[in-house]
Write a protein that binds this ligand. Sequence first.
Ligand SMILES: C[S@@+](CC[C@H](N)C(=O)[O-])C[C@H]1O[C@@H](n2cnc3c(N)ncnc32)[C@H](O)[C@@H]1O
Length: 328
Amino acid sequence: MSEKRSTADFDSEANDADVNDAADADGGGLDASEQRTAVRDRYAGIATGSSASCCGDEDAEPASCCGDAAAGEESTAESGLDADADRSRKLGYSEDDLAAVDGDANLGLGCGNPTAIASLEQGDAVLDLGSGGGFDCFLAAREVGPDGRVIGVDMTPEMVEKARANTEENDAETVEFRLGEIEHLPVADASVDVILSNCVVNFSTDKPQVFREAHRVLRPGGRLAISDVVLTSELPDDVRADPESVSACVAGAASIPALEEMVTEARFADVSIEPKDDSDEFIREWDPERDLSDYVVAATIEAEKPSTQPAGTATSETAENDTAEEAR
Ligand SMILES: C[S@@+](CC[C@H](N)C(=O)[O-])C[C@H]1O[C@@H](n2cnc3c(N)ncnc32)[C@H](O)[C@@H]1O
């Protein structure tokens, strides 16, 4: 069990972080800013109910990303919730998980169940990168208990608003949502025990920066427990360059070797990236026109921030962390 801290340690002054351009773009013909705008617009539409689907045909219902499982079905609010629940079972959530969270926190947008691999403990401080409606945050809050804390960060204001409404509906006093980018986390150094994320890192145009930020905010000994999609085969150009289609969910996916290099370069240890063998079952449903399981697979990304820095490798980040620890 880790040393526990108060909510104040989470640097709430940094709420609602500035939005900065990421350094590089890897999404076909779109630059980083265009990609981010396309992603934010899409999720704003999903959060407010004005956009039917994250991936695939704009007219498909109900909302899903990554996924379009119920495209073509007649949609009602109830059938939309049922479809989200069905999708979540395929991602690895239990009936107990589905029953534990009220409201529309579960938008069926993930590609795994990161809390299932996170081994959370009572009192842990947890950060969810790209928290959407907050489903994984509320599940995490259940596991870390009243002495734990959970922060969700998302760059889409409408999603953060929805998640905050769900916080009230779930009476979740230990959960908070902050507007910000995962490349520039509005979170204090060395303040969290576990980082979760569900189908978000693939969107980032600067993934090495995401892992550097993750390393900064984790306390020594803290862990990554991420679900995401990874690339298994080169995407066709038309998929890579299309921001408004299913490409928005897969165009930025990186290969396992590329991710291993990024995580290792961010100074994590025990890096493990494992494909989820049965994920083709739900990935096939993401696009009615092409089988995306030919190109991507869902995977878990796990790693640990070493408890001690190797001798002679003190960096400005460790100096900053020391200062932050001293300030507590
Ligand atoms: C596929 S949804 C996943 C939502 C949630 N993790 C879930 O499983 O339901 C992606 C979410 O990540 C957010 N997002 C995408 N790129 C982001 C970034 N660079 N920084 C912060 N949030 C981001 C989007 O606004 C959206 O809410």
